[in-house]
Design a binder for this molecule. Structure first.
Ligand SMILES: [Fe+2]
Length: 364
């Protein structure tokens, strides 16, 4: 016999594994031939067909090595992380991050010029490497555990702003401005002592008052530069809220529209970041948090466009419910985006809107 084969659970499939047998759907139809090298797309496709186990080439692992005894469901996330596209994105992301870090620090601490063109270019190249929204959010959601600095946050917010700008159908020039609004919104944080920014646990009132000053510091850092006024306004106003609950001044009207877009991207990135007490939230948990946090804090058109597209990005995906069952999203509820109609593997459908004790735990 020339090779070994082993049975691998769908959740443990990795890009680069080779099928050792043809994969058939329940009706007998062949979904994938023997000898196919798996990639992220094909693994995703198998999950759509409800395939649970696949025979791939390789030595069978000892039971204990397989990691299947853990009581959490290893995820889609593991599959994304092992994909070639993710590894490329991660590399490009770290190159862009380095560029931003050096450029910001040289500007803020050494009075060297801010390379606006270079900053924009780094961000748009990274953005363009993701062909679909799913690509972008998959990549971002899986970068979380790697970097949690002001620079990573700034880059992520810039990418999300650009995505939201596209969903809002703004023109190309505004899209670039919006991207820079995201990239530079927190530059004032470089003036806040790191030990306060990175402090574990919650801030004292004094500390929070100091952290809040990053908005004014950011504005001051950008004020005299030949930049679009929206970029300066975004640094100053991205924590203001439409219901007046924000800072630095608590205004509720006439908040710069670009700052209102940045606000959404900023909060989304914070919600999806890994925290010591919890893993990164799944998109539907984020939507539900936004709904709970109060949609009236945000520009109605912007927030609805954002959440609708995030939900649509994951339509037809496999999900895991809070009670551990898995299902497929079949239809979104436009009035409650975090509670779509889902279908279990036995064909039974459930409207999450009518079942208050269940929610989507993760996207598979
Ligand atoms: Fe901020």
């Amino acid at each position: 016999m020339g090779f070994f084969m082993k049975k691998v659970n769908l959740n443990y499939l990795k890009a680069g594994m080779v099928t050792a047998d043809a994969i058939k759907a329940k009706n007998g139809q062949t979904i994938m031939e023997k000898g196919v090298t798996l990639d992220r797309q094909s693994i995703l496709r198998l999950s759509f067909y409800n395939i649970t186990d696949v025979y791939v080439e390789g030595e069978p692992e000892k039971e204990t090595d397989a990691g299947q005894k853990h009581n959490f469901t290893p995820s889609y996330s593991q599959k994304v992380k092992s994909s070639q596209q993710f590894q490329t994105f991660q590399f490009d992301h770290s190159v862009a991050l380095n560029f931003i870090k050096n450029n910001f620090e040289n500007y803020v601490f050494h009075n060297q010029p801010l390379d606006i063109y270079g900053l924009l270019k780094q961000t748009t190249v990274l953005f363009d490497s993701c062909k679909t929204s799913l690509d972008l959010f998959d990549m971002l959601n899986n970068m979380r555990s790697y970097d949690d600095t002001t620079y990573a946050h700034s880059l992520n917010v810039a990418l999300i702003c650009r995505r939201l700008g596209k969903w809002l159908k703004v023109d190309a020039a505004s899209l670039d401005t919006l991207t820079l609004c995201g990239l530079l919104h927190d530059i004032g944080k470089l003036r806040i002592p790191e030990e306060i920014l990175n402090k574990p646990g919650s801030y004292t009132d004094e500390e929070f008052d100091l952290v809040k000053k990053h908005t004014q510091y950011g504005y001051d850092l950008l004020r005299d530069l030949p930049l679009d006024p929206h970029i300066k306004a975004s640094a100053l106003l991205h924590h203001e809220r439409c219901d007046g609950s924000g800072y630095p001044t608590g205004v509720s009207e006439d908040i710069d529209t670009y700052a209102l877009v940045v606000a959404i991207a900023d909060v989304y990135d914070a919600m999806t970041a890994a925290r010591p007490h919890r893993p990164p939230l799944c998109p539907f948990q984020v939507i539900s948090l936004f709904e709970k946090d109060g949609l009236q804090k945000y520009n109605p058109k912007f927030i609805l466009t954002f959440l609708k597209h995030i939900a649509q990005t994951y339509q037809n995906n496999r999900i895991i419910l809070s009670d551990g069952r898995s299902a497929t999203i079949v239809m979104l509820n436009q009035n409650s985006l975090s509670k779509p109609i889902i279908r279990f593997d036995d064909g039974e459908c459930l409207d999450l809107y009518t079942t208050s004790d269940l929610h989507i735990q993760s996207v598979l």
